[in-house]
Design a protein around this ligand. Sequence first.
Ligand code: AMP
Ligand code: FE
Ligand code: FE
Ligand code: ZN
Length: 283
Amino acid sequence: MRIDLHTHSRVSDGTDTPTRLVLKALEAGLDVIALTDHDTFDGVPEAVAAGERVGVRVVPGIEMSTDVAGHSVHLLGYGCDMHNPALNRELVALRTGRSRRLPVMCEQLSIAGVPITMEDITAASQSARALGRPHVADALVAKGYVADRTEAFDLYLAEGRPGYVARYSTDLARAITLVHEAGGAAVIAHPWARGNHDVVTASLLESLVAGYGLDGIEVDHEDHDADTRRLLFEMGARLGLVRTGSSDHHGEGKKGYGLGCNMTRKSAYLELVSRIRSRGGVV
Ligand code: AMP
Ligand code: FE
Ligand code: FE
Ligand code: ZN
């Protein structure tokens, strides 16, 4: 069984429609994918319908923007009831925070000598529901200031660069609770990516398992080297966490994160399914 539990469509910052993403998953020989757009479920119904047509199982998912002591941590939620009121209220707050920072980013980018307007970002983001820095990056590319998203992040958008503006994110423990109350399973995405080694520590994970029933961690991810994967795999085993693997595919938006480049073992997938079932979630 070929299982990829972390993918994005252009409903957030991927570049494929949900339908195209599912067709690509079929071409890649995948049996199961989870659509985990940032802070929105809006792509899920289309992806599930496409999956039913072509025989790819689509797990409803979300990637929530969360906060641990001022640091950004991404939380994957699988099998949530997409209509759960408390979860949806929080997703609205996250998307509002995403949109509110954009005019400030425009001002800062203008000062940095690469002016773009809100209209440029809207044009670049097309039908996206959750707006992010990748859409700002696309606007900078369209203006000819940078070659691609990577260069846009390196020069202007990464934390510490002149166009960076912080935004609201949900406390991590609260996000885990919201996912559980919506019937889902909660898995920390790429825990040790981008300097987060000292944020998502063993003791934090231990307390999230003990206090909040955290379900799993993503181990096999392109942002983790071989040593990192081995350490996280062992730590996850010690803590009784489900250990997943996935591509974090963003279409053309992120080079080298091809669908199925990392996968989740069948046993790990079935454990997540069983936890979702026991909470009354959707699988
Ligand atoms: P935001 O959601 O606005 O905080 O932007 C974060 C998103 O930007 C992540 O989900 C990644 O998809 C994307 N991202 C971060 N760094 C890069 C990069 N160097 N190149 C392309 N995309 C990136
Ligand atoms: Fe993304
Ligand atoms: Fe992420
Ligand atoms: Zn992602």
